[in-house]
Design a protein around this ligand. Sequence first.
Ligand SMILES: [Fe+2]
Length: 291
Amino acid sequence: MNSASTTTMSGRNDAAVVGVKPMSPWLGAEITGVDASQPIDAERFAAIRRAWLEHLVIVLRKQTLDEDQQVRFAEGFGPLIKGRNVGPPYSPTNNTVLYISNVLENGELIGAHPDGEMEFHTDQAHQEKPSAATMLYAIDVPKKGGETLFVNAYHAYETLPAELKARIDGRRAINAYDHNDGDRRGNFLREGIPRATHPMVRTHRETGRKVLYVNRLMTAAIEGMDPKESDDILMTLFAHLERPEFVYAHSWRAGDLVLWDNRCTLHARNDFDASERRLLRRIAMAGETPL
Ligand SMILES: [Fe+2]
């Protein structure tokens, strides 16, 4: 490795290869000067990846991407999750590509999560190996509403009162979710609902930092704790995570390409006018068992 690339690998010269503009004090950065439809050399890709690990959510504006180009860019961030089949809500030709949409074709929805609000969650927290990251590309978006809200779960952990940190230290929580029940917290511990238990405080493997890993949509109970005490603690943690002053609300424009880290962020969706067309293309990267 020559000295120039060593300097770049340390992160000091990243500004020379991509632009990084923070979008809020807590998380989110716009990456400029990158056309994600084209192959990206290793040095620039590494700079994008470092910006993502530092800012948790990255946004590339004004992108023009077909499915294959988005897949190629996404593969740089890790192995992709495959759906069971091709066909709605997945692409007709590629089961790593899922559409989020309220659009009907021949009377059938072409995508998943068509409309309405979604409570704060991290993708696949109800599975043994939740996805590490999710990428969304906006094709059609409503004129207003439908924002994706993001919060920084490192910051949430770091700002917890010491007494609360001590109460959840070493504890595990049961995460359960049934898509057919809608996107609000419900009676998730019924028989047969998909679930997984995870540490309430997990450590991000790449950054080594601790994260508060519970969410309002999916975290049903603290394992081995009296239900009333468990609910009291969880409600306090959800309110702490979701404090409005710590939220970055992403207002979508067509052409936005957004990548977030599911290991250290939560997200939610605001409601929007269901009569307006909304179509986003989603690709998710595989993750590991949270530790
Ligand atoms: Fe989600």
